[in-house]
Design a protein around this ligand. Structure first.
Ligand SMILES: Nc1ncnc2c1ncn2[C@@H]1O[C@H](COP(=O)(O)OP(=O)(O)OP(=O)(O)O)[C@@H](O)[C@H]1O
Length: 328
């Protein structure tokens, strides 16, 4: 089976108008605008198989939304080839829209002044869903996302968490094969985030809906997406399973040893000493295979050890270290 999404050296270049300042500058700019090229997406390639859940991650301005907009047929790539469900999204926008669902955290698809149920009815007409199919799909969404208590309320009265659940339901009523979500948990409290994450993981598992989501929140990825695509400055940095990220970026484990008395100068084979204070000594461990016991055994005999911990860097730490290194 060909991939459900196939991106090959896709780039997107925007021309941004530059302000030259002052009235005369504005006048000059009006007749002869000065523009600057912004390379929002640079030669990105990846293939996503049906049923995958993929997190698309990167700092602000990395080109995440631009890539989503190209896959959903809102923007055309400047170069490269992009295929979604076997079509070029921008050229077959309507056919593409029938088979994808889109949730943009910042932009609602719901009618603000109407009861939520009326927006759902509208989706039925837009997608020309047969009545029975629509009713079954709506009932499933209402049950799975607990929408019952507010389905008759105008959307403007809903809390952010309720509205996000409603947005996701709206995007799934026509049972799309792919669901794109741009920052689906932004601004939600811990409980609402948990509801959204559990639901997305469930529809990916049970309906085999392919999920592509952009996020700044690594927990979204940890709970929903076994695969992570990381971009920075328009370029692809990493594409693979989450645990491989640590190895790829060469993140090291850290050993912390506490002593009951000053152990003096300590050297440990295969471990680099880190700045330490008091009776504590920290080391960076180069070898991923060495266990805590192995490391303790390598200590000089009689060292007054009182506690020892091996710290695995979390994904968040790995990424933070990488970005800090880049901007240093
Ligand atoms: N319509 C546009 N015209 C000109 N430049 C744009 C346009 N849309 C995006 N850009 C620029 O392209 C770059 C990538 O933007 P994009 O919105 O894709 O990033 P992002 O990773 O989604 O960022 P964020 O996390 O802040 O939403 C930025 O430098 C942005 O200013």
């Amino acid at each position: 089976m060909p991939p459900i999404i196939d991106a090959r050296t896709v780039s997107k270049v925007f021309r941004q108008r530059q302000s030259t300042g002052g009235f005369s500058g504005a006048l000059r700019g009006f007749f002869a605008p000065v523009t600057k090229e912004v390379r929002a997406v640079e030669e990105i390639s990846f293939a996503i198989e049906a049923g995958e859940a993929v997190g698309y991650l990167g700092p602000n301005g990395a080109g995440k939304s631009t890539m989503i907009k190209m896959m959903t047929g809102i923007l055309a790539p400047s170069s490269g080839s992009l295929s979604v469900l076997g079509r070029r999204p921008i050229e077959e926008r309507i056919a593409n829209a029938r088979e994808i669902g889109v949730v943009f955290g910042q932009r609602s698809q719901l009618w603000w002044d109407l009861p939520l149920n009326d927006s759902f009815d509208l989706a039925r007409h837009i997608y020309r869903l047969p009545e029975a199919q629509f009713k079954a799909s709506r009932a499933e969404m209402v049950a799975m996302l607990s929408l019952e208590s507010f389905i008759d309320r105008p959307v403007r009265q809903l809390s952010l968490g309720q509205r996000m659940r409603a947005e996701i339901a709206m995007a799934l009523l026509h049972a799309p094969k792919i669901l794109f979500l741009d920052e689906p948990t932004i601004g939600l409290d811990v409980v609402a985030k948990d509801v959204v994450r559990k639901f997305l993981a469930r529809i990916n598992r049970e309906r085999a809906t392919t999920i592509i989501l952009t996020t700044h929140d690594l927990q979204d990825i940890e709970e929903i997406c076994p695969r992570l695509i990381m971009v920075d400055d328009g370029r692809l940095l990493f594409d693979g399973p989450l645990p491989a990220l640590r190895t790829t970026f060469g993140a090291r484990r850290r050993l912390t040893l506490d002593f009951s008395a000053d152990p003096g100068e300590l050297t440990l084979d295969g471990a680099r000493p880190l700045p330490s204070e008091g009776l504590r000594r920290d080391f960076e461990i180069a070898d991923d295979e060495r266990s805590l016991i192995d490391l303790i055994r390598a200590l000089p005999a009689g060292a007054p050890l009182s506690d020892a911990r091996l710290h695995e860097p979390g994904i968040e730490e790995v990424i933070r270290t990488h970005y800090q290194g880049r901007s240093a």
